[in-house]
Design a protein around this ligand. Structure first.
Ligand code: IPE
Ligand code: IPE
Ligand code: MG
Length: 247
């Protein structure tokens, strides 16, 4: 008699607990373009569309916080033409987000050192944040000129100044105080960080906040990333056993 293995039930999003906060390192645009004989900037253009689609999807399925890594403090090392093309895409997105946002429940925030951006970009950043601040849906953090080390250095500088001015006692410095000085102040730490493009590194993303984040490294390149890939990561996350140092 043939023995049939009991078929394992295929999990769907309805069966699992979703992470409250997802981080995504939107990587692989350049390789996607290279594979097709296109300039790297073409990969960024398609990657920007993927971002719109995935952000919308996260909001639709009820994710509370999404942080996307769009441009790092190290990405300025790239050729000017590529940096300019990425900045142009940001601008287009920010104008679109103000005028005709597909999901008007999303709260838009920008994390990173914004002081380097020209006035017109800064105005768009501030207008997006201002116009969306009273919404009640998903918080979308866009990491632009963001670096985890840079964020920690800035927090330490603020703290040092507060100690010097007598506003903070050295003995009161703890995790919570530092967390409140990060760009993500008031938001939960990411539960899940997804990195498409198969690279096994953080590349300076949310260093402080990711102490206990689950990483999901995926082989797909960001411009090819589909909502089904996000589902896969969510299901993988649901199977992980998070211990936070306990047993
Ligand atoms: C991510 O894709 C986008 C940015 C860093 C701005 P990449 O441009 O790093 O793509 P790869 O890693 O070269 O394929
Ligand atoms: C990380 O990707 C930054 C973003 C996706 C915005 P990089 O492509 O810059 O990372 P490395 O250089 O491969 O580590
Ligand atoms: Mg890359």
């Amino acid at each position: 008699m043939a023995i049939f293995k009991k078929a394992e039930k295929k999990l769907t999003l309805n069966d699992i607990v979703l992470p409250e906060h997802i981080g995504i390192i939107m990587d692989g645009n350049g390789r996607w373009a290279k594979k097709r004989g296109l300039p790297r900037t073409a990969g960024h253009t398609v990657g920007a569309q993927t971002f719109r689609k995935i952000a919308r999807y996260c909001s639709d399925i009820g994710i509370k916080h999404l942080t996307v890594y769009a441009f790092s403090t190290e990405n300025w090392k790239r050729p000017k033409e590529e940096v300019d093309a990425i900045m142009k895409l940001f601008k287009e997105y920010m104008i679109e987000a103000i005028n005709d946002f597909q999901d008007d429940s999303i709260v838009v925030k920008f994390i990173g050192d914004r002081t380097v951006f020209p006035d017109d970009m800064l105005e768009l950043i501030e207008k997006n944040e201002h116009d969306s601040k009273d919404r009640t849906g998903m918080v979308l953090n866009i990491a632009m000129n963001y670096g985890g080390r840079d964020e920690i250095v800035n927090a330490v500088k603020t703290l040092a100044k507060d100690v010097k001015d007598g506003k903070v006692d050295v003995n009161d410095i703890d995790d919570k105080l530092l967390s409140d000085l990060m760009y993500t102040s008031g938001q939960p730490d990411p539960d899940l960080i997804i990195r498409p493009s198969g690279e096994y590194r953080t590349s300076n993303f949310l260093l402080w906040q990711s102490a206990y984040s689950e990483y999901c490294i995926m082989d797909v390149l960001w411009p090819d990333f589909k909502t089904e890939d996000l589902d896969k990561a969510l299901i993988e996350f649901a199977k992980r056993n998070r211990r936070f140092g306990g047993i």
